[in-house]
Write a protein that binds this ligand. Structure first.
Ligand code: AMP
Length: 287
């Protein structure tokens, strides 16, 4: 695997791959890699001749200084994991190089940041879109892979790619979970054993919503999910709600669509965790 720090060299590497007929699949990450990230890399590997993964802890998307300071950084561990997953190039730019001559853009996010993570993390999605634009500019991928774990993020990136006519295809990929349902996240490393056990309540609450979705009135389903959360009083809820699958606008009634999305964010010990699940309208025979 090639290790590239210099953004200009990154562009040259993708151009060289393309010259030999290879398409470029790209997985942007902040490192401290786990199976969720590696799943994206493997998917890119299956679909492209050249696979690039970036590791860059993006200061623009942190709205909490201690979260940024405590974000795990472990490049030595990440490198063999990427090699094992079949990555060709690790792009790990330095902050000053990536942001050379950079003037942040205030993007029109089409109101997609008005709910859920948007109000809780002011500026977060602007920071994400700004850095994704920078990374795309240097990597020039044909397709980029994002986890549905960060559902609002991938919804916003897909919207930006469409409205700004970015040439990259945006590919959402399913959330990878631990065997007890907890969505894998680099931040999980900061949970102690007790907190790690408590954190499973997020998935349990979403699971309850998935069982009852479209069968009971939406507010009753939300109430049932909140009852599950209440079984772990130390888990501090930030938000839970049900949203339209296309733009994640909050819903008060079930939509006409066959799916909806339940989203949750909660503080568990030192970390704020997010998760979401797709809710399916049961087939007629099951109702
Ligand atoms: P991060 O390093 O947390 O910024 O994540 C990099 C990419 O990996 C993003 O597209 C995330 O949505 C994705 N990702 C993180 N955790 C998971 C997971 N458990 N399952 C699938 N994708 C994930």
């Amino acid at each position: 695997m090639e290790f590239i720090e210099d953004p200009t060299r990154m562009s040259e590497s993708s151009a060289a791959a393309r010259k030999t007929g290879r398409t470029v699949g790209f997985v942007p990450t902040m490192g401290a890699l786990h199976e969720g990230h590696l799943d994206l890399v493997r998917r890119a590997r299956a679909e492209h001749g050249q696979v690039v993964c970036s590791i860059f802890v993006n200061p623009l998307q942190f709205n909490n200084a201690s979260d940024l300071a405590n974000y795990p950084r472990q490049l030595d561990r990440d490198i063999p994991l990427l090699e094992g997953a079949g990555c060709d190039v690790l792009f790990a730019p330095r902050k000053d190089a990536l942001f050379k001559d950079f003037v942040p853009t205030q993007y029109d996010l089409g109101g997609l940041d008005a709910h859920w993570e948007g109000p809780s993390r002011p500026g977060h999605f602007q920071g994400v879109v700004n850095v994704v634009e920078r990374l795309f500019f240097h990597v020039r991928p044909d397709a980029a892979y994002f986890g549905e774990k960060d559902r609002q993020q991938v919804t916003i990136i897909r919207h930006m790619a469409r409205t700004l006519h970015w040439p990259e295809r945006i590919i959402p990929c399913p959330t990878v979970r631990a065997s007890d349902g907890l969505a894998l996240s680099s931040r999980n490393q900061r949970l102690n054993e007790r907190e790690r056990a408590m954190a499973t309540v997020l998935y349990k609450a979403l699971g309850r919503a998935a069982e009852l979705a479209f069968l009971q009135p939406l507010p009753a389903v939300l109430a049932a999910a909140k009852d599950i959360l209440a079984t772990e009083p130390e888990v501090v809820l930030d938000h839970i709600g049900i949203a339209h699958p296309d733009d994640l606008r909050p819903l008060v009634d079930w939509p006409e669509t066959d799916t909806a999305v339940a989203l949750i964010a909660a503080q568990v010990g030192p970390v704020r965790l997010i998760d979401n699940i797709t809710l399916h309208r049961p087939a007629k025979a099951d109702r």
